[in-house]
Structures are given as structure tokens and as C-alpha cells.
Design a protein around this ligand. Structure first.
Ligand SMILES: Cc1ncc(COP(=O)(O)O)c(C=O)c1O
Length: 486
């Protein structure tokens, strides 16, 4: 019979083996998972096992068939997603939490770091010191929690309690056409409906137009809608645009509407002194989100929501007393049958069971400090500027959107081709198949562009240069195939 409890003593040896397999993976010398799907599905699949094979044999399979067929996201040349490969300390701190504090609650060092790391991030990103936060699984839930707070605030002002009685009036949330679609989903989950999100026009740089917002609010005044939030972006997903925060904040204040800033990707950009002025007005936000699992290099599964007054999160999300814990926690000093729950995060958001994420963020910051973070952000912003520079100087390339942060939107151009969108789509297909440089594409005003987003801690300037070369070379080859005589 397989002895589960006996595995614990072998952990150091097993971890060493796993460490070697992961290190090999990060060399990216293996074929990509997309090339040999049949083989790894055969090795990993099969019917429900009746008998177990034990930890060591399983680790062989993990090393041979699972890890080598993982994702391309951690590749330094992969710039398609805003999430990236976790840094080593992020991995190690996560593992520490998985073993030593599987739940964030309880009076533990992990629970303490949950709060401390939120404070450190708030300070690092120049949020008001009174703002308090809560971690969740990422930007989607972080936006949901922020808009839940906004909904609570808007309805409480009318003497209603949406957390208790539901949404009893039609709502409106104002966000730019460049906002992340998780805003719409949050509106749906919170009972306001996707159609509650009113799209406000952007300018040519993808920034919300304050005048358009003003006009919409004016038109909606006295129409019976509950204005729940104005949402601004501090770094859009598509281009990294930063909305004019101060102007938007002032409009929201004039209409007494909650002001939410989605900085899931771009909030850390405030560390770059060249860009910092664009964040002017951030301190006026009622809620802000940021994703440590994006630019900070945390393993995926960590987002943070900040609000001015955390008691509103409690009113919006408290789950009520649990008999077996002698009641839910309504302040930071609660005692219960487990002696202490530490900070009661489970009553400030939508998760009860949740991993210790604060220790990971604490470790990421502790490892390289604010200075190291700033250097990383500046380095990545430089890479986007380098791509723009190289593209500007190359006759076959065009910069479609100048970078604000670490995204550069550019494309291959040729007067021999009518459908440049199709050509750039093909270039992208080739890059993905080749697998060394993997940007994404996006559409800007009908133009399909190549869109690298530099956030990976292991990505270097060389990767940025290689991407530009690869786009030119692939475009030239495709053009030659289309016009063999040229
Ligand atoms: C601006 C913005 N907000 C929210 C999200 C959603 O974040 P997540 O994927 O962590 O749920 C993203 C994801 O890229 C984003 O870029």
C-alpha cells in the first residue's frame, strides 16, 4: 500500500529534482508543447487510476512530460501577455506559503505580511497612506471588489443596501472604450448588468476624453440611473495609455461619483520618473487596483484592490458569522475559536479560502527593493521606446502608437501590399510558429498592429531588437513570396 505520510521526509530530495526540471524548462531548449500534443497527452492521460504510483514515480512523469510541455509565457521573448514568468523568489515565496500557510487567515507571519506588503505597495506607488487593500486572484476580481465597493457607496447614499437587498435601481458605470472587459463582467456579476457600462470616447492616444465624459454625465443627470463609478485606466491593456486622471477625478467629484483607477498593468509605471507626471490625480481615487502578477513578477494569482475606507468592503462583502468560528470578524481585533484570525480578509472580498499572497509580494519587494523595481520598470519602458525608435528608422516599419509604458504598437508596411492588416497577421502567425519572439497583435482604429508588451523580468533589450529584426525578416520573406520577382 502506498504510504502518503512517508513522503514528507523526502521533500528536500524531491524539491531538488523538481528544481532541476524547472531550471531545464527555463532554458527553453525543448520543443514547444504545440509540436507534440499527441505524445504528452498519451503519457499523461488514460483512465482514472485505481492504484496510485507514488510520489517519486510521479515526479519522473512530471519532469518528463508535464513541465517540458508547459506554457510559452515565461519565455523571455514572449511579450504577448501582460502576465509573465514568475521570478525565482516569487516561486519560492509562493511555495513557502503553500506549505506553511495554506490559508491567509490566522495570526501568522504570513497574515502579517499580507497587510505589510499591501502597505509597501501603496507607498511604492504613491497611494495615500490611508488607503488599505486586499489581495485577490488578479485584476478581474480586483476590479470586481472595487466596483462592489463603489456600488455599496452609491446605494448607501440613497439609503439602500445592495449587498443585503440586491440592486434595486438601474446603474451606470462610465469607462473608456479602452477599458478592460473585466469591468463589464464585474458589472454583470454585481447585478448591474454589462449594459450598465457606458462607453466614453477616447482620443487618438487611447485616453478617455474628459469632455465626452462630462457630456454623458450631463445627459444622464436626473434620468433615474444610479451613477456607480467613473473608471479610469492607468495603463490600458491595448496600448498602455494613461487617462488624464486629475481631470477625470475632478469631474467624478463634481458629480459625486466614485472614482476607480484600473492600474492592473500600469500602476507600477509611476516609478519611472519620466512618466510619473501622467499619474497626477491618482491620489484622488476612491479605489485603485494593481496586479503584482504582472509587472512585479509574481506567479499568476495575485491582484490587489485598494480603497479609502476598508469598512465599505466589509459592508459590501461580509459573509456573515460562521458557527464553527464563533462569528465573522468585523474589526481587526476579533477573537474566535481559533484564537485570532489576524486581519479578516475573508470579510473584505469574495474569497474565503485563499492562499497567502502577501508573503510573495513582500519577498519580491524585499529582494530588489523599490530601486530594483524602478530599474525594471524603466528598463521595460526603454525597450518599448527602443522598438519605436528602430521602427521609426526602418523604411518597412511604422509606429502606429507611440509607447507610454512598456507596450509599443507597430507594423510592417509596404506599398506593394493592399491589405497590410492581413500581411501583419501573417507575420504574427509566423512569429508564433517560430516561437522565439512571441508578441500579440491588436487593432487600433482598424489597423492591425504587432504589440509587444515588455514585463518579463528576464526579458532584455536584445529580445526587443530580435523582435524588430524578426518582423522585418518575416515581412520581407512573405513579400518575396507574394512578388517573386522583386
Ligand atoms: C488593465 C487591466 N485590467 C484588468 C485585467 C484583468 O487582470 P487579470 O487577467 O489578472 O484578471 C487586465 C489583464 O490584462 C488588464 O490589463
Amino acid at each position: 500500500m502506498y504510504q502518503e505520510h512517508a513522503e514528507c521526509g523526502k521533500l528536500p530530495e524531491l524539491l531538488q529534482r523538481l528544481g532541476e526540471d524547472l531550471t531545464n524548462y527555463l532554458r527553453f531548449e525543448h520543443p514547444d508543447a504545440m509540436c507534440n500534443e499527441e505524445s504528452w497527452k498519451t503519457a499523461l492521460g488514460g483512465p482514472l487510476p485505481d492504484q496510485g504510483i507514488g510520489c517519486e514515480q510521479l515526479l519522473d512523469i512530471i519532469g518528463q512530460h508535464l513541465i517540458p510541455n508547459g506554457s510559452q509565457v515565461p519565455k523571455p521573448g514572449c511579450t504577448s501577455f501582460i502576465t509573465t514568468g514568475a521570478t525565482s523568489i516569487g516561486v519560492l515565496a509562493t511555495l513557502s506559503g503553500v506549505v506553511a500557510a495554506p490559508q491567509r487567515v490566522g495570526l501568522t507571519a504570513f497574515n502579517y505580511l499580507e497587510e505589510l506588503s499591501l502597505q509597501w505597495m501603496a507607498e511604492m506607488f504613491a497611494l495615500p497612506s490611508t488607503m488599505k487593500g486586499i489581495y485577490s486572484s488578479g485584476g478581474s476580481v480586483a476590479n470586481l471588489v472595487a466596483l462592489g465597493a463603489a456600488r455599496q457607496w452609491a446605494f448607501e447614499r440613497l439609503g439602500l443596501n445592495p449587498a443585503e437587498n440586491g440592486v434595486q435601481k438601474p446603474c451606470r458605470i462610465y469607462a473608456s472604450s479602452a477599458c478592460h472587459r473585466t469591468i463589464h463582467r464585474a458589472a454583470a456579476v454585481l447585478g448591474m448588468g454589462r449594459s450598465a457600462v457606458i462607453t466614453i470616447a477616447t482620443d487618438n492616444n487611447g485616453r478617455l476624453c474628459p469632455n465626452a465624459l462630462r457630456r454623458q454625465l450631463q445627459a444622464d443627470a436626473n434620468t433615474g440611473f444610479v451613477p456607480v463609478a467613473v473608471v479610469a485606466n492607468a495603463g490600458t491593456t491595448n496600448t498602455g495609455a494613461i487617462d488624464p486622471l486629475r481631470e477625470i477625478a475632478e469631474i467624478a467629484a463634481a458629480y459625486q461619483i466614485w472614482f476607480h483607477v484600473d492600474g492592473a498593468y500600469g500602476l507600477p509605471g509611476i516609478l519611472d520618473p519620466r512618466i510619473r507626471p501622467l499619474y497626477e490625480g491618482l491620489s484622488l481615487a476612491d479605489s485603485v487596483i494593481v496586479d503584482p502578477h504582472k509587472w512585479l513578477g509574481a506567479p499568476v494569482g495575485i491582484g490587489a484592490t485598494y480603497v479609502r475606507d476598508r469598512s465599505i468592503l466589509n459592508r459590501a462583502f461580509s459573509q456573515g458569522a460562521a458557527d464553527y468560528l464563533e462569528g465573522a470578524c468585523h474589526d481587526d481585533n476579533i477573537q474566535n475559536s481559533m484564537l485570532s484570525m489576524g486581519v479578516p480578509y475573508h470579510d473584505f472580498g469574495v474569497e474565503l479560502s485563499a492562499p497567502s499572497r502577501g508573503a510573495v509580494v513582500w519577498a519580491l519587494i524585499r529582494e530588489i527593493g523599490k530601486t530594483g523595481m524602478r530599474e525594471r520598470i524603466c528598463r521595460h519602458n526603454d525597450m518599448a521606446r527602443l522598438v519605436a525608435d528602430l521602427a521609426r528608422k526602418h523604411p518597412a516599419l511604422e509606429v502606429v502608437q507611440e509607447p507610454t509604458l512598456s507596450i509599443c504598437c507597430f507594423r510592417y508596411v509596404s506599398d506593394k501590399v493592399q491589405n497590410l492588416n492581413d500581411l501583419n497577421k501573417q507575420i504574427h502567425r509566423h512569429l508564433v510558429q517560430d516561437g522565439r519572439c512571441i508578441p500579440s497583435t491588436t487593432i487600433l482604429n482598424g489597423i492591425l498592429v504587432i504589440r509587444p508588451c515588455f514585463v518579463g523580468a528576464r526579458t532584455t533589450e536584445q529580445h526587443a531588437r530580435e523582435l524588430v529584426d524578426a518582423v522585418v525578416e518575416t515581412g520581407n520573406n512573405l513579400l518575396r513570396d507574394m512578388h517573386p520577382t522583386t
